[in-house]
Design a protein around this ligand. Structure first.
Ligand SMILES: Nc1ncnc2c1ncn2[C@@H]1O[C@H](COP(=O)(O)OP(=O)(O)O)[C@@H](O)[C@H]1O
Ligand SMILES: [Mg+2]
Length: 397
């Protein structure tokens, strides 16, 4: 580590010694005071010091010196020591010299001879403070830049790890769900055989229990199938083609309504929905999941309304699907795009909590985003944005 120095330059022996004494008595002792009697001598002192790794905080130079004047000396110095603060010691009539030094040497202050002691010490102390603050700031900035770079590296590394983990998880859930199906199928078969082969000798109670086993098996099948869709959606790269959104919503709605009984549900499509670019199968899945929620969560309404609209700007389509159902408290809204996240108890509304997670995945795979807004007992709006120019995203983290 180099030392910190102050350099005083004056050709008059008495002045230079007085200056040195004043400074030595009033500044921290770890700052070394160097003296030189001419610009030339000053340059060699600086040279040696720099080679030793020392740093100059402040240069105080007399203006009138034989050889090179103070202002010229300081302006040359500014090229070598841009960070050092420069003070010029002047007589009364040296305005031009001061002006020159301000313009060319980045002059910090000038002090008139004979100097006022307090004034001199204050100037020097302020210069030391200013230098140290500036250096600390530079150091902090460098540290911030370094930390930032480090952080970027970490983020990149984590993103890579996460994306790998996600891929593994997706193929894991695919395999698991696949493998779960066959034992489940066996259970269901055995239950079926029991009923078929031993039905006549079983009590009603036992028959009920076996039927219940089959029901639970069916629920499990449903869940596994949804999981499979989810993990396949995660793997799939969208196959982009022209998709008529109007037809997509109407067909999907018609399919879903077929499975409801005694319901009065109206689909209102405001204006005609546009033809968009995207993966037909995946978008159909997304729309079906959104509409099935609208249908499910309006079940208690005498008349259910589902309203679909689309606005566009230069780059995007923004779809909005609104229902007049039970809604939910927005406190938990951000959770529901996560897998298995549900806000309504299974006893009241059946489901698995995979639907919206799948929708989000699909929309993001198209380079879009999704949002939900709800008011309890009033209804829910799902909004999703799709870029007009389709994008294919493999993974969204
Ligand atoms: N239109 C809606 N109205 C009210 N609640 C909704 C609506 N859509 C989604 N939700 C809430 O978000 C949860 C997650 O939805 P989803 O992932 O489709 O799962 P599921 O339909 O299987 O319950 C639902 O359980 C429900 O609590
Ligand atoms: Mg659902």
């Amino acid at each position: 580590m180099g030392r910190y120095k102050i350099l005083c330059v004056d050709d008059e022996e008495m002045i230079i010694n007085a200056l040195k004494t004043e400074l030595m008595n009033s500044i921290p002792s770890d700052i070394i005071i160097e003296i030189a009697r001419s610009a030339e001598e000053a340059f060699s002192v600086i040279d040696e010091s720099l080679q030793a790794g020392d740093k100059f905080i402040l240069i105080i130079s007399d203006q009138k010196m034989p050889g090179m004047t103070g202002e010229i000396f300081l302006s040359k110095l500014d090229k070598i020591l841009p960070d050092a603060l420069k003070v010029l010691l002047t007589g009364f009539a040296d305005i031009d010299a001061i002006q020159y030094a301000i313009n060319n040497a980045n002059l910090y202050r000038y002090i008139q001879k004979p100097w006022d002691r307090e004034d001199l010490i204050l100037t020097v102390k302020q210069a030391i403070d200013k230098y140290k603050t500036k250096k600390a700031l530079e150091q902090n900035t460098l540290e911030i830049i370094r930390m930032n770079e480090e952080l970027e590296g970490i983020v990149e590394e984590r993103t890579k790890q996460l994306s790998q983990a996600l891929e593994e998880l997706e193929s894991f859930s695919y395999t698991v769900s696949h493998d779960l199906k066959s034992p489940l199928r066996s259970i269901d078969y055995y239950a079926k055989f029991i009923l078929e082969d031993y039905g006549p000798i079983l009590t009603k109670e036992v028959i009920q229990m076996v039927l219940q086993i089959r029901n639970i098996c069916n629920e499990m099948f449903d869940l596994i199938n949804k999981l499979l869709v989810y993990s396949m959606t995660s793997k799939a790269l969208p196959e982009i083609s022209q998709v008529d959104a109007d037809k997509l919503f109407r067909d999907s709605f018609a399919d879903l309504v077929k499975t409801t009984e005694n319901r009065d549900i109206e689909l209102v499509i405001k204006d005609k929905l546009p033809v968009i670019q995207g993966d037909r199968v995946l978008l159909r899945q997304a729309v079906s999941n959104i509409l099935s929620n609208c249908i499910k969560f309006t079940r208690e309404k005498e008349k259910a309304f589902i309203e679909v609209s689309c606005i566009e700007d230069g780059e995007n389509y923004q779809f909005s699907v609104k229902d007049n159902g039970v809604g939910f408290s927005m406190e938990y809204a951000e959770k529901i795009f996560g897998i298995f996240q549900r806000l309504h108890p299974k006893g009241e509304y059946e489901g698995s909590g995979i639907g919206l997670a799948t929708v989000k995945k699909i929309i993001e795979k198209h380079g879009g985003s999704i949002d939900i807004d709800s008011v309890e007992d009033k209804g829910t709006v799902v909004q999703f944005i799709l870029p007009k120019k389709a994008q294919r995203k493999e993974h969204n983290l």
